[in-house]
Design a protein around this ligand. Sequence first.
Ligand code: GLU
Length: 445
Amino acid sequence: MTVLVRFAPSPTGLLHVGNARTAIVNYLFAKKHRGQFMLRIDDTDQTRSKPEFEAAIREDLAWLGAHFDLYDNQLARLANYGVAFEKLQASGLLYPCYESAEELERKRALQLARRKPPVYDRAALKLTKEERHAIEARGLKPHWRFKLSQSKVAWRDLIRGDIEIDTATLSDPVLVREDGAFLYTLPSVVDDIDYKVTHVIRGEDHVTNTAVQIEIFRALGAAEPSFAHHPLLMGAGGEALSKRIGSLSLRSLREDGIEPLALASYLAKVGTSDPVELKPSLEVLAAEFEFAKIGRAPAHFDPAELTNLNTKLLHSLAFDAVAPRLAALGIGGGEAFWEAVKPNLARLSDAADLWALVNGAVAPVIENATLTAAAAALLPPEPWDETIWASWTKAVSAATGAKGRELYHPLRLALTGLDHGPELKKLLPLIGRAKALARLKGDTA
Ligand code: GLU
């Protein structure tokens, strides 16, 4: 069996870390089994779906490295859903309903008040043909419900183990609205059948849907795929991520300088029995992927842990891997600059501030004018390399008697205007003699 999984977002917003985790889990499982990863766009809700969100989803997945092998979108497949609809109708498994949203809400409120489960009462199933015609003669259009078997549906979930749901506890799901639009439930099953999806991997908010969908698979004469429902990723305080989508969208993390592999490592490991640590590639993450490692409790998104992985990643990057991005940020200095500053970066864009220390006009801070004047006089002629710092500061120490912090602190403040930063033995040759001399004399350069 060739594994085929799908990530099926609705294009109604930007991907956040929670959706991205579902995408990564699907992707890694597919890669581990040399299978295929499909992007399916669930865009049957035409009022909320937007092409710009689909474009953003594609861009975000590409950035993350979760490249898909197959693609489809549901709006292009309406005819297939129509065929499935007719098949279910012919089997007597669909029935028209005419209750308005308000009416349904009233029924629900009444059931809840009587401490009864708010399950649809199947009133419409009891309508006679004449009653239906009379209602339709008033101009009302039906929505269509699927008649659940009201029996126990069981499956072995690859993450949650054995699950059994009695569909008698559920409302018959609406498959088609009064305006003729298909809701998500049926199209998803039809697509999974037509594409021969082998594993449906999604958040545990879909567990109940699965019982319903298994009945629909069977009603359409198809075997259901395997299912794996992962616990949801929550905010640090246990809140749903959708509430904080702004800062946790892939978009904003990326703009914030998070590297895709740091995020992929984080999302692949959070909520699992493996330690949350940086991995060198998606291939390694795929090789290590196991459903059995995914815990049953909700995972909590910890931005500090992600930043930590990001920092580690930056510190491990070779110049060649970042050269085009440094150039795009207007940063020069080649490999020497990258090696000098990378231990000080939490995000790549921090390199721009450090480049200003080399290239920009730095306003020096003169803490000990006698010392910096002596240091200026002792600056050796160029060419400079990394050994200059040691020989020069030794000479300054001999001339002034300053040692340790007394020596280094005023030099750093004069040369960079800051009291912390990259190693000066690496930075000084990049700053160069002319700028170093001016700064030691207190001139902005
Ligand atoms: N569009 C659905 C969602 O985003 C897909 C669920 C599924 O994977 O079947 O929740």
